[in-house]
Design a protein around this ligand. Structure first.
Ligand SMILES: Cc1cc2nc3c(=O)[nH]c(=O)nc-3n(C[C@H](O)[C@H](O)[C@H](O)COP(=O)(O)OP(=O)(O)OC[C@H]3O[C@@H](n4cnc5c(N)ncnc54)[C@H](O)[C@@H]3O)c2cc1C
Length: 395
């Protein structure tokens, strides 16, 4: 075999998993030889372009990123504390407030730009002796048997490993090649993300505002700056993206009802289709799904990459435990144990997020009444708020 593990996809989940396989391994066992195959060029991985996403990270994710040596690579000021969160509905100023004290921590979580995470992950992998990066070429095909897995690259090469891990996005071709079905839901909407400066202080409070006819999110960055996420049908988004920066600044200020005063666009605008995915199975013979390829979350609960890190941590622990005792680290038992742990960790929030996203985009009169009623109830039930805070802080 050319490698012990081949990872398809050098996105944040694939790179962090590859890095994790070497970091915490005991000295007793020989290090696993890992390859990451990525379509993008090496320079695109080394200097990832700004993609608009500010990633809200839980305390668990921050700990994993510290262990992997990514956190120390973030420039000073690149990490913004996310102190509290506010959920708003329609025109009401009352909402549900999740405060850091509910999670017994100074902050609920942290915000870091996705391109910074990707750069840090690349640098950490580059510093890992056990990982080989194969860039600028896509995996065209794969198959597995009882001994291992084999990937065919677009340049004609075939590589073999004892385990294949696919982290090739929520539209994973590897998942399909392995015959694994996935429940996909297209919300028929587009999300636009960009950065703004604004007049009034945000006090490091994140907003999720289920307004009528639009959904707005505000992620507080250091200074009077924020990342804005606007969700609309594509035909309504198109004109906003085409506006001049000045016209867009006025439009977004109005959409936020001037609640943070005047807003000014300070970055490029980036659009993403609102599609969620949950794979029916996370594993196959000598094969595992990782990151968005396994669970592609709705961004409203900001958990996609957090779940990616969780899965990477769970699978690498199973692999390293087996490897340390000389057992087969890609056995059905190891893979099934990853599958059940990751399903338990992700399915409840995936389903809850889906339900919330559906309800809070319902515009009928009974729907609007329900929206207000549930939010009011949530605000009054402190144990519920503690539970939400605990998913972020791990308290
Ligand atoms: C607007 C928005 C906001 C978000 N906010 C948050 C948040 O606050 N918190 C959070 O936790 N998550 C958030 N997410 C989710 C997070 O961005 C994703 O979960 C994460 O980027 C997924 O990483 P990944 O590595 O699994 O997949 P991707 O980032 O999609 O990477 C997949 C990689 O695989 C490569 N690839 C694909 N096919 C092949 C092939 N055949 N051969 C070789 N390489 C291949 C691609 O080039 C790519 O580099 C957000 C997402 C969006 C869209």
């Amino acid at each position: 075999m050319d490698f012990d593990v081949i990872v398809i996809g050098g996105g944040p989940a694939g790179l962090c998993f590859a890095r994790a396989l070497g970091v915490a391994e005991g000295a007793a066992s020989a290090p696993l030889r890992v390859a990451v195959v990525e379509t993008q060029t090496e320079s695109a991985l080394a200097e990832p372009a700004f993609d608009g996403r500010e990633i809200a990270l839980t305390h668990f994710s921050a700990r994993v990123l510290r262990e992997l040596g990514l956190w120390e690579r973030f420039a000073e000021g690149a990490v913004s504390p996310l102190r509290d969160a506010r959920v708003l509905n329609g025109l009401s100023l009352r909402g549900m407030n999740i405060e850091h004290r509910h999670g017994n921590k100074e902050e609920l979580g942290y915000l870091v730009s996705n391109h910074r995470i990707r750069r840090a992950a690349y640098e950490a992998v580059r510093a890992s002796e056990h990982v080989t990066l194969i860039t600028g070429v896509r995996v065209e095909d794969l198959r597995t048997d009882g001994d291992g897995g084999y990937v065919t690259l677009a340049d004609g090469r075939t590589l073999g490993a004892r385990l294949i891990v696919a982290a090739d996005s929520r539209f994973s071709a590897a998942r399909r090649a392995m015959g694994i079905p996935a429940r996909m839901h297209d919300f028929g909407k587009t999300m636009m993300v960009c950065q703004v400066e604004h007049e009034l202080a945000h006090d490091h409070v994140a907003w999720e505002w289920f307004d009528y006819g639009q959904t707005l999110a505000l992620l507080p960055m250091n200074g009077e700056r924020a990342s804005v996420v606007l969700t609309l049908p594509q035909h309504e988004m198109q004109p906003l993206v085409a506006m001049t920066p000045e016209a867009f600044s006025e439009a977004i200020t109005a959409r936020f009802n001037r609640r943070l005063g005047a807003m000014r666009l300070t970055s490029t605008r980036h659009c993403y289709p609102l599609v969620t995915v949950y794979a029916d199975r996370f594993v196959g013979q000598r094969f595992a799904l990782m990151g968005d390829a396994a669970v592609g979350m709705h961004p409203v609960t900001a958990h996609g990459f957090n779940f990616g890190l969780k899965g990477a941590d769970t699978l690498r622990r199973g692999i390293q435990k087996a490897h340390a005792t000389g057992a087969d680290f890609a056995s059905n038992a190891v893979l099934r144990s990853y599958e059940s742990a990751h399903r338990r960790a992700t399915l409840p929030l995936f389903l809850a997020t889906h339900t919330v996203a559906k309800l809070y985009t319902t515009e009928s009169l009974p729907g609007r009444v329900l929206r207000e009623a549930f939010l009011g109830l949530g605000e009054r039930i402190t144990p519920f708020k503690r539970l939400v805070a605990a998913t972020l802080t791990g308290a």
